[in-house]
Design a protein around this ligand. Structure first.
Ligand code: ZN
Length: 329
């Protein structure tokens, strides 16, 4: 029934994976992310209130979609700073697929937000501020940063503004986060879809990391043709629950969306949680403080305790390692 049969190149994709794909007849490129155990681990390191966990889950999916343009080396960082109940959120994506993240929040203000019930839109958790997206390429030590104001937008909307501003590539981002019940109990899942319109005369998607637009993009309204309208409409038919459904593979989801046009799915890339904190790094950080600052950090047990804000690993140091000459007290 279709002249361009879908080619499912990779086997059924697993949880915690990213699937690049193309819908060539419509000049569409995209990436689909499905996060299972990885997002559940990151969202449960701390006892985040439910709306904060959702926001961090969205940020993890978005950072993976945007960061995965770095294929094998380099780092992508998503960071928000704002005046709402969640005043800072950080996600690091280290190519090719290592994730970590945390959210900083004011528990009392989040409780007020939750009490507002239906009137509380998730984006209100940010308040006003900005979203910074930073790419650090290893090969040439290049660093690019895009900053988007946050004024009540969701992360997906902010990403859309980012693409309009920085790359001028027609793009759609969909994000979903939710808890599902499995044999192991309730677990968090997250998913995301990035769909971009890259007409054949433009550059290949592998050229994406640059901030200096290697594209010959004609963004004349009249030229954004029917193909993009169709692609966008198809992306809108995707339901949130499909993005996080553990029983629906990434390939099947893409096939469902695009089979009439023919979708090519490229090999999946595995994702995992990985934190770069080490004893040596934390010790180095503590050494950078003054003796007085270190003295102020000594706990009731006579030691300096440090908990990683990303992975919640707790480390405890003997103050004498840094300031050996006198007993503390
Ligand atoms: Zn850590």
């Amino acid at each position: 029934m279709t002249e361009t049969p879908s080619r499912l190149v990779s086997p059924e994709a697993h949880d915690d994976s990213l699937l690049p794909f193309a819908v060539e007849p419509l000049d569409l490129r995209g990436r689909l992310v499905r996060l299972g155990p990885t997002v559940n681990a990151i969202l449960t390191h701390y006892d985040y209130p439910e709306p904060v966990a959702r926001l961090l889950g969205e940020a993890l999916a978005l950072a993976t979609l945007l960061g995965s343009i770095l294929e094998s080396h380099g780092r992508f960082q998503l960071q928000t700073r704002s005046d709402g109940p969640v005043d800072m959120l950080v996600v690091d994506y280290d190519a090719p697929g290592k994730l970590r993240g945390f959210a900083r929040y004011d528990a009392a203000r989040v409780a007020e937000f939750e009490a507002a019930g239906a009137r509380a839109q998730p984006a209100m958790l940010f308040g006003r501020g900005h979203l910074a997206l930073t790419i650090e390429r290893e090969a040439d030590a290049a660093r690019y940063q895009g900053v988007v104001p946050l004024e009540g937008e969701s992360l997906a909307e902010a990403a859309h503004i980012y693409f309009q501003q920085s790359e001028q590539i027609p793009s759609v981002v969909r994000l979903a986060v939710g808890e599902v019940v499995t044999s192991q109990g309730r677990v968090w899942r997250a998913g995301g879809l990035l769909l971009q319109y890259l007409p054949a005369h433009g550059a290949h998607i592998r050229d994406l990391p640059g901030g200096d637009a290697p594209y010959d993009i004609n963004d004349d309204e009249d030229d954004v043709d029917d193909a993009w309208s169709e692609g966008r409409a198809l992306a809108e038919t995707l339901a949130d629950h499909e993005l996080i459904d553990p029983d629906l593979s990434g390939e099947r989801l893409l096939y469902r969306l695009f089979h009439e046009r023919g979708v090519t799915v490229f090999p999946e890339r595995a994702l995992e949680e990985f934190c770069r904190c080490t004893n040596a790094r934390i010790e180095g950080l503590l050494r950078s403080f003054t003796p007085q600052e270190r003295a102020d950090m000594i706990g009731d047990d006579g030691r300096i305790g440090v908990t990683c804000e990303f992975c919640a690993t707790h480390r405890s140091f003997d103050p004498a390692v840094f300031d050996p000459k006198e007993t503390n007290g």
